[in-house]
Write a new protein. Structure first.
Length: 317
């Protein structure tokens, strides 16, 4: 079971443990005056007041599918602008490998793998070109998102619907890449441009010697289905969210997800002391210290919390 699924289940001992680590955060945004006061103390009001400036384009019919692909593709598009982006080390590559190992799990699996693999290579070549057009870079990020969906949900689930039909109908990778909707490409490109100042700041910090780990996994990840985050920049764990509607309950849930990741870093290999949520549709970047979320000194509290969490994760099965 994934960390997200654990956090969605009130019966999960993993959820219960994480919530008990941050009792004040658990109250934030709940009904009543106290819930509102606590939410304000965590800065929820600033996020709730945000206006969505970059909504999903009006012409998009299947908004849910668009949102999922746009979010994953944007993650890749932003990583392309940060140091050391390596196609081979991505979850997208893992998805391709999973399909290659058993293409028979879906109808015309060998064809699907070949077309996706060629599209993957197209993305690689696009990134190698100097001064590639922004829409070409956005296009290059989409097959990576498709391949990642195979790793996340499995080949059958990811390819038994519209995506599988689209790839099977494509004669080759060029045909597939040209079939990507312009609305999706523009959406990715404009969201990327909206967060460019933050990318520039991160790049300056990394060039000055700051730590940077894309798509970090944690020592405890294997116990919850291989949990991974978007980026670790310096001492901050960052999650990208392309959500349009922001609510108190959603902010709280997202912060618990990030806190869960921080606790899964059992050996403190990333030195996480802050967490951040990047909201490109607003656009806005919000950050919190672990001191604030835990309501105590994180450096003092984390060793014992992680030790207890490790025991729980070990005994879970």
């Amino acid at each position: 079971m994934s960390l997200t699924n654990h956090l969605s289940s009130k019966e999960s001992p993993i959820r219960q443990f994480i919530y008990e680590c941050a009792p004040q955060l658990a109250l934030a945004g709940t009904r009543g005056r106290r819930g509102h006061v606590v939410a304000s103390s965590f800065g929820f009001d600033e996020l709730l007041a945000l206006r969505t400036q970059l909504p999903i384009p009006e012409e998009v019919k299947d908004r849910k599918s668009h949102a999922v692909v746009a979010g994953m593709a944007l993650d890749y598009r932003l990583r392309m602008d940060l140091p050391g982006f390596n196609f081979v080390e991505t979850v997208a590559q893992r998805g391709l490998d999973i399909l290659a190992a058993d293409p028979g799990v879906v109808h015309r699996g060998k064809h699907i793998h070949k077309v996706l693999n060629d599209a993957f290579n197209f993305a690689y070549l696009t990134l190698q070109k100097r001064d590639s057009h922004p829409l070409n870079l956005a296009r290059a990020s989409v097959p990576l998102a498709w391949c990642e969906s195979i790793a996340r949900t499995g080949p059958y689930e990811a390819l038994s619907g519209e995506l599988g039909r689209r790839i099977k109908q494509a004669k080759d990778a060029v045909d597939l890449m040209l079939s990507i909707d312009d609305s999706l490409l523009v959406d990715i490109a404009v969201m990327r441009d909206a967060v460019e100042p933050l990318l520039d700041a991160w790049n300056r910090g990394i060039e000055a010697g700051g730590d940077y780990v894309p798509n970090p996994r944690f020592l405890g990840s294997v116990a919850v289905g291989g949990a991974d985050a978007d980026w670790a920049v310096g001492d901050m764990l960052v999650d990208l969210k392309t959500r349009e509607e922001i609510t108190s309950s959603w902010i709280r849930d997202t912060l618990f997800q990030l806190l869960g990741y921080a606790l899964l870093d059992l050996d403190d290999s990333l030195g996480i002391r802050r967490v951040g949520i990047l909201l490109p549709r607003q656009p806005y970047f919000a950050a919190w210290t672990l001191d604030d979320l835990l309501d105590e000194d994180a450096s003092e509290a984390l060793p014992s919390l992680r030790a207890d969490f490790a025991v729980l994760l070990t005994n879970k099965g």
